[in-house]
Design a protein around this ligand. Sequence first.
Ligand SMILES: [Zn+2]
Ligand SMILES: [Zn+2]
Length: 127
Amino acid sequence: MAQHGAAAAAAPRSRGLKFCPESNDLLYPRENRNTRRLEFFCKNCSHVEEAEPDDYCVHVARIKHDSKEQTVILQDVRADPTLPRTKDVECPDCHHREAVFFSQSSETGMVLYFNCCACGHRWREDV
Ligand SMILES: [Zn+2]
Ligand SMILES: [Zn+2]
């Protein structure tokens, strides 16, 4: 499926990710304990920069999003007889055309979670 390596290197830098101007490495967020403000630091050189107000929102939103997604995505719901099934979707992994699904509301609207009946692959779609 997805080709790692060349494709990954050419991928556009997504919003919220910061890169070191010195060594071009990904910058990691941390809280500065003295100023109690968010800053980004490079693991490969000594570069540190203070976060812009915009970075706070992106950073916080990403953490929220990740934790919510993990709680849902961890469970295999194929054996749950109370959940509806659909044949209108195709598993992005094995192309099987039947999946168990359920919906959850999120900050941005509704999210549908699918669980492939064949291989157990789980994915989500925003609606
Ligand atoms: Zn660096
Ligand atoms: Zn599948």
